[in-house]
Write a new protein. Structure first.
Length: 364
């Protein structure tokens, strides 16, 4: 294999694929990036057996071929090369010679035959959505997915294509985040699928600010296709819990609060919490919200913010990290807090179709 490619082009392509490569992979080949050169393009592919990322870039190909190179080391070399054209030549023993200006490297690779074959994809359904819209939806919910591997179905987010809209839901059993977006798809394309959190975080990093994302779905796999990038992922098998049961049908009180104000207040007051007392109490009174935490071992913090509120007095405690998570990822200036009493879930809503259900903490 022999090719010439601009450093910036190669580096950009490597940046798109190298982040899923594990530091300590059990199989050495999974630490490598697959390079294939043919027909005026070079393709780069990485996989961890659950997620696979592939991209292509324009290059001057003198000799078709393929090899695999250690992804992180190859990326480090390319990042430090001077600007200009990079010449890559690979011999029969998969040793790559990399030249750029005064720089010269020899990097030992592994044969492309050892690289896991890309999944065969018999697609059944295709959906399209704007990249920036989908990325914003994922950012609003993905933090609420579970990391507990005993409840594997919750280690991802539900993508539900129903009733002419896409609903994305994530929950870990103590909180639930949901966002909706109207999109067009045919009646027979209604479906539910659970996509692993790792895949969704990869999408958040790589989706662009413009352009269309094509989502192709088969029985056990999903493909996200955009901007010369293909991300193939396994789906999490099983039935996602009925999230509608968790959402309170009605709440007694509703308070409008400035998002930045409450986020900053919670962050300050939570400075005096620890792992044992990871709770912050919200006291709603007439036209004010008081945030309090106290612990005999650490001390006490208290902050009052003005709110428009004429309802009954409610005192309710939440985990401060769980309370701040949606506030960090929303872009609305104002949020709406819906409450009933200190034992019922609190609900955060915005002017867009988003909601966040948070279970309270019982504090003696």
């Amino acid at each position: 294999m022999k090719l010439t490619v601009e450093k910036d082009v190669l580096l950009e392509a490597l940046q798109k694929v190298q982040s899923i490569v594990g530091q300590r992979s059990t199989l050495p080949i999974l630490s490598n990036v697959l390079l294939k050169a043919e027909g005026g393009t070079i393709s780069l592919t990485t996989t961890d057996m659950e997620v696979c990322v592939k991209t292509t870039a324009a290059a001057e190909i003198s000799e078709d071929g393929g090899t695999t190179l250690p992804a992180r080391r190859f990326f480090s070399i390319c990042r430090e090369l001077p600007n200009g054209s990079v010449e890559i030549e690979v011999d029969a023993k998969d040793v790559a010679t990399i030249r750029c200006g005064p720089s010269y490297f020899k990097l030992v690779g592994l044969p492309e035959e050892e690289f896991p074959p890309l999944p065969e994809f018999e697609e059944s359904t295709v959906y399209t959505i704007d990249q920036d819209v989908f990325r914003a939806m994922l950012q609003k919910v993905v933090y609420a997915s579970s990391t507990d591997e005993t409840r594997y179905i919750l280690n991802g987010a539900l993508l539900s294509f129903k009733d002419e809209k896409l609903t994305v839901v994530a929950t870990d059993g103590r909180r639930l985040a949901l966002v909706e977006q109207e999109i067009e798809f045919s009646e027979d394309a209604q479906a539910n699928m659970v996509v692993p959190t790792k895949t969704l975080n990869e999408l958040i990093k790589t989706l662009g600010d413009e352009g269309v994302l094509r989502i192709r779905v088969a029985a056990t796999q999903i493909v996200f296709d955009f901007d010369q990038i293909i991300i193939i992922s396994k789906l999490i098998e099983g039935t996602y819990p009925n999230f509608q049961q968790v959402i309170p049908s009605q709440c007694e009180e509703r308070v409008a609060i400035d998002r930045e104000t409450i986020l900053n207040a919670v962050r300050r007051v939570s400075l005096l919490t620890d792992d044992q007392t990871a709770s912050i109490r919200l006291n709603f009174g007439k036209n004010k919200l008081e945030l309090v935490t106290n612990s005999p071992e650490i001390g006490e913090a208290r902050e009052t913010i003005p709110v428009k509120y004429e309802g009954k007095e409610i005192s309710i405690a939440f985990n401060p990290g769980f309370l701040m998570a949606p506030l960090r990822h929303l872009d609305s200036d104002e949020i709406f807090f819906e409450l009933s009493d200190e034992l019922s879930p609190g609900v955060i809503k915005t002017s867009v179709p988003f909601l966040y259900v948070l279970m309270p903490i019982r504090v003696s």
